[in-house]
Design a protein around this ligand. Structure first.
Ligand code: HEM
Length: 133
């Protein structure tokens, strides 16, 4: 049984940096088209039209967050995830929509159930801290 969260074991279990980049691509694709999830459209509308930098930043952050090289700080400066979102009116529905996009991306990549559960549970904490109401 794989133990996640030790060194870069989470990143390796997912498939390395290329897999995180694919995850972020699928995450934003899901945000643009998830049926029955109007909050996903709300979140998408808070982003710039061109998602190139948003994707790059999220993938860079998640690679470090999964125990890989922490290049976010080098490239973009220090970040505190809750503070980076405080200008956004994120409530429970938007938090859940963000996590649903992530769940969809993980499903599309056929990530093994144990890792999928681990990632979604672990992402729930920072997502909860991003709420402003
Ligand atoms: C709770 C639901 C979340 C929503 C609705 C949300 C939404 C957004 C939006 C709209 C932006 C672009 C902000 C802008 O251009 O002004 C953004 C940036 C970002 N988000 Fe989130 N986010 C959420 C959770 C998270 C979580 C849990 C993480 C990390 C685990 C994360 C990581 C990032 C990063 C790294 C950026 C780029 C930050 C920056 O450039 O300042 N987000 N988010």
């Amino acid at each position: 049984m794989t133990v996640y969260g030790l060194g870069d074991s989470t990143l390796q279990a997912l498939g390395g940096e290329a897999a995180v980049i694919e995850l972020v691509e699928r995450f934003y694709a899901a945000m643009e088209r998830l049926p029955g999830l109007p909050e996903a459209h709300t979140i998408r509308a808070w982003h710039p039209d061109d998602l190139t930098q948003s994707k790059d930043k999220l993938a860079t952050f998640l690679i470090g967050w999964m125990g890989g090289p922490s290049r976010y700080r080098e490239r973009f400066g220090p970040i505190a995830i809750p503070r980076a979102h405080h200008h956004l009116p994120i409530g429970p529905a938007e938090r859940d929509a963000w996590l649903a996009c992530m769940a969809t991306a993980l499903d599309e990549m056929a990530v093994e159930p144990q890792l999928r559960r681990y990632l979604l549970e672990k992402l729930r904490h920072p997502a909860e801290l991003c709420r402003s109401h």
